[in-house]
Design a protein around this ligand. Structure first.
Ligand code: PNW
Length: 476
């Protein structure tokens, strides 16, 4: 490695973390193992019409059984970090009470295997698989769920605090709140804008209470983070009306979380925009202080920007090409007069526009807004229709081009001063892509879902070379 690692030629420092990411429900399978109880995604997938072809996470990538093979793959590729999530219903089947030892044992074995191979575990506590019993008791719109989440966080911290340094509370609470309870394209599939806003507050509260529980239970070297998917919103024109539309979406997508988490407040414009729906009476005294916890890192997930315009008064209702799935119900409470447009240029198999400049903009925004907080790209990647050729190889030049562009964008943000410490490719494996089931492949490694055979795509080898050299190659 020394020949390529000469410091002047690197684009990223030697201690930059190169990782891949997955989430429990998308890869583990092993639905019946030990006492793993149903999560909202097990239930939702069984509602006709909700998930592509009724696909479930029952088997997924069988990562629960095959994790040693998967860790060996990571080691072979040469990536230094693995972002995974813990399945809440595997650890605490009903979302309350003591932890199930067998559930915790799996994550112990996984983290041991990672550490043994020199791969840093980045643990996420919640990547969308709420225990069904907690949903039955009200789900995230209910305050109790936030309190239960903090208790679960403590149980996991007590079990794994000796071996995991990087802890993330929530993954993309926007999706949990607004796709889960607003548009209903994600579990639990409710379509109530008020419930969605209450869910957002209780996810914020859950984050804050969990962060406190983690600080109390973990050794001082532990690093606490959250992973958000802030929208990179662009107004279609510079008109005041279009910029106002962009402001609204920024409030509902991003500031509804970063306001309380980073600054201890809900911004006045957000409160005003949603005033016809809620008076935010779910916010109690002390909540803002509870939510605003010191963070040792901020995780940012980025795929594509959003292009918006105002719908003129008198015109018909807003069109939506926001890439957030099909639903008559909007994931944007109170923003009925905002239209979403397909940005120009190439798209991935999700229909998402490829635009790396959005990632630079996003990193520089939080470099300014959260000064001193190390930033991590906790997800970035693309779905393409990858098929093995007749010799069983998977050649995915589009994904390599996507990654190259976005890594260049990270490099650019770093040159502008952003303290970006790591990058996690979504995803290690083709996996259960939520409402799209197994029909969208984000993996650097191809998975045959009949045989469970893993085949690293050409992008996996390409990414491994980047990780090893700290350089984005000029070509190939
Ligand atoms: C993220 N949207 O999901 C998740 O964190 C991953 O689990 C997922 O596999 C990945 O991105 C790819 O989709 C999102 O509609 C799902 O805006 C939907 C949206 C955004 C992110």
């Amino acid at each position: 490695t020394h020949s390529t690692a000469s410091p002047v030629r690197r684009h990223f420092p030697a201690d930059f973390l190169w990782g891949t990411a997955t989430a429990a429900h998308q890869v583990e399978g092993a639905r019946g193992e030990a006492r793993r109880a149903p999560s909202i995604w097990d239930t939702f997938a069984r509602v006709p019409g909700k998930v592509h072809q009724g696909d479930t996470g029952d088997r997924a990538c069988e990562h629960h059984q095959r994790f040693r093979e998967d860790v060996a793959l990571m080691a072979e590729l040469g990536v230094g970090a693995y972002r995974f999530s813990v399945s809440w219903p595997r650890v605490q089947p009903t979302g309350a009470g003591p932890a199930v030892q067998r559930g915790l044992d799996f994550y112990r074995a996984l983290t041991d295997e990672l550490l043994d191979k020199g791969i840093q575990p980045f643990l996420t506590l919640y990547h969308w698989d709420l225990p069904q019993e907690l949903e039955d008791a009200g789900g995230w719109p209910a305050r109790n769920t936030a309190e239960r989440f903090a208790e679960y966080a403590r149980l996991v911290a007590e079990a794994l605090g000796d071996r995991v340094e990087h802890w993330t509370t929530l993954n993309e609470p926007w999706c949990s709140a607004f796709l889960g309870y607003g548009s209903g394209v994600h579990a639990p599939g409710r379509t109530d804008p008020v419930a969605a806003l209450r869910a957002a507050h209780h996810l914020n509260l859950g984050h804050g209470l969990a962060a406190q529980a983690l600080r109390a239970a973990l050794p001082s070297r532990a690093r606490l983070m959250v992973s958000l998917n802030p929208a990179v919103v662009r107004p279609r024109t510079e008109s005041e009306a279009d910029r106002e539309a962009a402001r609204r979406i920024d409030a509902l997508a991003t500031r509804v979380f970063t306001g309380p988490m980073l600054h201890g407040r809900y911004d006045e414009d957000l409160v005003a925009d949603t005033a016809s729906l809620t008076d935010w009476s779910c916010v109690r005294d002390g909540d803002m202080a509870a939510i605003r916890q010191r963070l040792d890192g901020l995780g940012l997930n980025y795929y594509t920007p959003s292009l918006v315009s105002a719908v003129p008064d008198g015109a018909a209702g807003a069109e939506r090409h926001d890439g957030h799935g099909e639903s008559e119900h909007s994931p944007w409470p109170g923003a009925d007069r905002v239209a979403f447009h397909q940005p120009p240029g190439p798209r991935t198999e999700m229909g998402w526009a490829v635009d790396p400049t959005g990632l630079t903009d996003l990193l520089l925004r939080f470099h300014r807004e959260a000064p001193g907080t190390p930033l991590y790209v906790t997800e970035n990647g693309a779905a393409y229709e990858d098929k093995p050729d007749d010799r069983g190889r998977v050649h995915d030049p589009e994904r390599i081009a996507y990654l190259r562009g976005h890594l260049d964008a990270v490099r650019h943000a770093r040159e502008e001063g952003a303290d970006v410490r790591g990058y996690f490719l979504w995803s290690l494996l083709d996996n259960y892509e939520w409402a799209y089931g197994y029909s969208r492949r984000f993996g650097a490694v191809h998975v045959d879902f009949d045989t469970q055979v893993r085949t690293p795509k050409s992008s996996a080898r390409w990414y491994g070379r980047v990780a090893e050299s700290g350089r984005i190659p000029e070509e190939g």
